[in-house]
Design a protein around this ligand. Structure first.
Ligand code: PMP
Length: 289
């Protein structure tokens, strides 16, 4: 992905895409001092960029450091980058990491670096596929005392990568992760919703991100008069679900057609949520959330 034309914003300067490097002795690489974001661009405009950039700062704070740039400075960088890159429907990837002044686990006194990249990227999964397949992973989301689970921290994606690779090797599109207790948690890059009796049921975000898309969907559901239940959900309750879908900045509203071979319909509720979400992100009239 490094061998491309274009520019990347790196610590306040637009540098050629191929030259956007960091030092190999960075804390962010060795000891997990890195956080990131994903922002979608629709029709040339970033969706909820401010919320994402505030979460970037909050994630860094969870790891014990402060970004060198304010949210509004980073918002300006995102806007200029989208223009320079000529993005219409794409994705923006802000990332921050602790620097290379020392090689030590402790992070006190290290510099904080930030980069933002953006590229044209219309879909994560094949849009011709009506629903994706999930395989329950042997990897679980950790107890909140085990890791900074509310941060979008690179280090937490280590199990996500293992889970995703194992699911793909088993012929599925993505993994379903349980929490440390064995209840339903999320996918590797998206939150989980079940439709049971026409209502939305979604796990409580105790050990995974309370996604910006998740909260947007909860708002959309309220506008559509669809009740939402946030609660602990056992995997056995998948048997009661009429529909299942995932929510995330990159995934958007992604219907799930099967989990461990159990088949779900891609039904009305998912479709109405997906339609409202599409209207909202593209700023079309009638959108709520
Ligand atoms: N969980 C994980 C592990 C993710 O990577 C993401 C994507 N950021 C989400 C949930 C959904 O978060 P959001 O809706 O804010 O993109």
């Amino acid at each position: 992905f490094h061998d491309r034309d274009g520019v990347i914003w790196l610590d306040g300067v637009f540098v050629p895409w191929r030259d956007a490097g960091l030092h190999v002795l960075s804390h962010g690489l060795h000891y997990g001092g890195a956080v990131f974001e994903g922002v979608r661009v629709y029709g040339g405009r970033p969706f909820k960029a401010g919320e994402h950039l505030r979460r970037l700062a909050a994630s860094a704070a969870e790891l014990g450091y402060e970004l060198a740039w304010t949210t509004s400075e980073l918002e300006r960088a995102v806007t200029e980058l989208i223009e320079r890159q000529g993005i219409t429907d794409g994705y923006v990837r802000p990332v921050a990491w602790r620097g290379s002044e020392r090689i030590a686990v402790g992070g006190a006194g290290l510099s904080a670096h930030t980069a933002v990249a953006a590229w044209e990227w219309p879909h994560v999964f094949d849009p011709a596929k009506t629903g994706i397949s999930l395989a329950t992973s042997r990897w679980r989301r950790p107890h909140p005392d085990t890791a900074p689970v509310r941060a979008k921290a690179s280090a937490l994606y280590c199990t996500g990568t293992l889970a995703r690779d194992e699911a793909e090797a088993a012929g599925c599109d993505d993994a379903l992760l349980l929490d440390w207790r064995g209840d339903l948690a999320e996918a590797t890059g998206a939150n989980l919703f079940l439709v049971i009796g026409g209502e939305l049921h979604t796990p409580v975000p105790e050990c995974f991100l309370d996604g910006i898309t998740r909260r947007t969907v909860i708002g959309i559901a309220a506008g559509l008069g669809i009740p939402v239940r946030e609660r602990r959900i056992a995997p056995s309750e998948l048997a009661d679900a009429e529909e299942v879908f995932l929510t995330g900045t990159a995934y958007e509203i992604q219907p799930v057609a099967a989990i461990d071979g159990r088949v779900f319909g891609v039904g009305e509720v998912s479709a109405s949520i997906a339609k409202s979400y599409a209207d909202l992100v593209r700023g079309r009239a009638g959108a709520a959330g």
